[in-house]
Design a protein around this ligand. Structure first.
Ligand SMILES: Nc1ncnc2c1ncn2[C@@H]1O[C@H](COP(=O)(O)OP(=O)(O)OP(=O)(O)O)[C@@H](O)[C@H]1O
Ligand SMILES: Nc1ncnc2c1ncn2[C@@H]1O[C@H](COP(=O)(O)OP(=O)(O)OP(=O)(O)O)[C@@H](O)[C@H]1O
Ligand SMILES: [Mg+2]
Ligand SMILES: [Mg+2]
Lengths: 255, 255
């Protein structure tokens, strides 16, 4: 089943976790059964939902033999959204954890076991193009590339595209780049505007939806909520993820 | 010689590269002989100076036996600042490169060879607590921790402090945390303000100098320059790195 979407970027802080979480929520609200997997040893999906490092059992517990997979996948307030969080992990052990994650069998086996239960599986990943991201690319069907609208992020996106190409040619021929997602866009600021003119004219697969820089994202993470759940009037930024989800559905349908 | 300062953070996009570059410039302008080493496989020090991935010979060339160390260390417009950039690296090879970097001998040997030539050696590192960051912590004398003034970054800083503690106890007893550096601070925004109240009240070693969120940083990276070199009136943010450098000198003198 072509249902696995990895969200990756070489550059740090480009909005991978924010995109993974808010997209998972939109697809779940549309009635799809969704699994959100946190492959980042930092465990930021948990942090975004105001849970500390040690509150959830998750992937690390399963890989280290401390818990069965069923207890590592947790339900959320949305009946159609489940999360496989990072789980309990001493940060001192991150190097070993990354090695354990990259033995493709471990992740591939986990996903095989649950694949049929979900319409979509989103993978949040650490920044960079190291072991964990390469593992995610081997098992994903689709890739989304958040690109922060800043000069430094633009200068490293070529590396990400190169690796996606390489993995598609040599390791996972069904891998498809769904698109580059411009994030933290500030069209009123010259450097950000210039990045966007390059992105819109220079790259083939760019989503039409862009995510503007907006304070609501910090407010949402402070509250430990996806932006759609912030309460009160739905913020316009939440609509952006709805528009993005529609673009994603259309692109997948075409492939 | 206690002259090696690593700049690390678990969270991505917190200002590691920006701090490493602008601090190196301030110390060099004060007459110290400075080496800035880019340990991040992304090569963002080069990107910050508007050089693409392939323009400089650097660390990867030396480690892969393609160039002697002397040609990998390059001079800059500032006679007292030299840079050891990442060098030519196919992003497909990043996993192997990280493995090569972590064999402590390779980096330790390089630094030993040049240690006596420099008053300060700054290391920019990739985000996360993986192989490369652990290697940097093993060879550094001091650590600076940029913390983006956002809830998600605050929630993962405990991981970084835990690993620094562990490395100091088990691998490098001379390692000292110089301080947490608050970056992209927006005291006018509630979530950022709340992070700062927690940082100022909850952590022992926090620099008094904070770096505000400011557009000048994107403008500087677009121009491929450290902020002190932007030309015209020196931006107030450049003064922040001067104040920070003074705080660093004072803290090192006390240790
Ligand atoms: N459009 C936006 N506008 C403003 N802030 C944003 C936006 N998107 C995300 N953020 C905030 O910016 C920071 C970085 O976003 P996020 O953590 O999602 O990026 P990431 O790529 O997952 O980072 P990492 O490299 O650490 O995994 C977070 O504090 C988040 O709340
Ligand atoms: N104080 C600031 N205000 C506004 N923008 C900033 C500030 N400091 C850095 N930036 C910009 O924010 C982005 C992230 O900064 P930088 O690349 O230095 O972080 P990093 O921690 O090195 O990221 P990575 O995890 O990719 O290594 C860059 O585009 C940079 O130009
Ligand atoms: Mg993240
Ligand atoms: Mg960096």
């Amino acid at each position: 089943m072509k249902n696995k979407i990895a969200i990756i970027s070489t550059k740090g802080g480009t909005g991978k976790t924010t995109s993974a979480l808010n997209l998972a929520v939109v697809f779940a609200e549309r009635g799809r059964s969704v699994l959100l997997v946190d492959l980042d040893p930092q465990g930021a999906i948990g942090h975004s939902l105001a849970k500390g490092d040690t509150e959830w059992v998750g992937l690390a517990d399963y890989l280290m033999g401390r818990a069965p997979l069923e207890t590592a996948i947790i339900a959320t307030k949305l009946s159609t959204l489940s999360i496989l969080p990072r789980g309990k992990l001493d940060p001192v052990d991150i190097v070993q954890y990354e090695m354990a994650l990259q033995s493709v069998d471990s992740i591939a086996k986990i996903i095989e076991a649950v694949d049929a239960d979900f319409d979509c599986i989103f993978f949040d990943t650490p920044s960079g193009l190291g072991l964990v991201t390469r593992t995610a690319l081997k098992i994903a069907d689709f890739v989304i590339l958040p690109l922060q609208a800043e000069p430094l992020a633009l200068r490293s996106i070529g590396q990400t595209l190169r690796v996606i190409d390489h993995v598609k040619t040599n390791e996972n021929e069904s891998l498809e780049l769904l698109g580059i997602l411009a994030t933290m866009v500030q069209l009123g600021e010259e450097a950000s505007f210039n990045v966007m003119s390059t992105v819109w004219s220079g790259f083939a697969t760019v989503f039409e939806t862009v995510i503007p820089r907006a304070q609501v994202f910090s407010a949402a993470s402070e509250a430990g909520l996806p932006i759609a759940f912030l309460g009160g009037r739905i913020p316009p930024e939440a609509r952006r993820f709805e528009a993005l989800a529609t673009e994603i559905e259309d692109r997948i349908a075409l492939l």
